[in-house]
Write a protein that binds this ligand. Sequence first.
Ligand code: ATP
Length: 258
Amino acid sequence: MSAAPKIRCRDLHKAFGANQVLRGLDLDVMPGESVVVIGGSGTGKSVLLKCILNIIRPDSGSIQLDGQEATKVRGRERDAMLRRFGMLFQNAALFDSLPVWKNVAFALIESERMDRDAAREAAEEKLAAVGLRNEVADLYPAELSGGMKKRVGLARAIATAPEIIFFDEPTTGLDPIMGDVINELILGCVREQNVTTLSITHDIASARKIGHRIAMLHQGEIIWTGSVAEMDATDNPYVQQFIHGRAEGPIQMPVRRL
Ligand SMILES: Nc1ncnc2c1ncn2[C@@H]1O[C@H](COP(=O)(O)OP(=O)(O)OP(=O)(O)O)[C@@H](O)[C@H]1O
């Protein structure tokens, strides 16, 4: 691994009104590294991804991609930056009105102006890479199971051969076996395409499998980071509570007692 991070976040702050979500967040993701951000519901994991994707503008702080400040780019420069990313959304976010192959080839057709035949061929190749047969190419998203939708979402995320892929809850809503199939596919993509990935998940089994490094987000900051083995060995009470899913501990969930 080279010494310069692919993604470098420093002292990120983001509030929505009185709700201080990010409060001085620092995070580095090295080239070819797979980092998984864990943390409770509403801690700001999605806000962090959206800040890096330049969908939400942080109030202050810096986000650098290969050393280039990402928070300031606008217009075409921003579009060019976004094209370097692939994204697998939590609900796969497929276009219901388009057949599977057009969903997969969407960016190839729209941004890269690939002709129809070449785009179809590329889509079928990516579908095969995620274990889906050609017959699926002409189906519509409504005809797919949740696991198939995730695979199609993954095929779309890798279609443009991005340098960085974001995975937003890649296994949520899937049974453990299909969840593991998706984890394996993610690992395969990371290995074969040498991409850098940043994932957010509640699923500790998934984090263990796909993460070279785990980063725990709590109260707007990354409070702990380390390998899976270090996560298991740490006596950090926040990490321990989270990975063991205990209600009791330093992390207080805002629940109303009846
Ligand atoms: N566009 C927005 N406008 C106002 N508040 C927002 C907006 N986006 C997020 N928030 C708030 O920011 C906080 C963090 O939300 P976020 O979606 O990042 O949480 P999360 O860690 O991804 O949670 P989960 O694991 O439940 O998906 C929440 O309190 C949420 O209400």
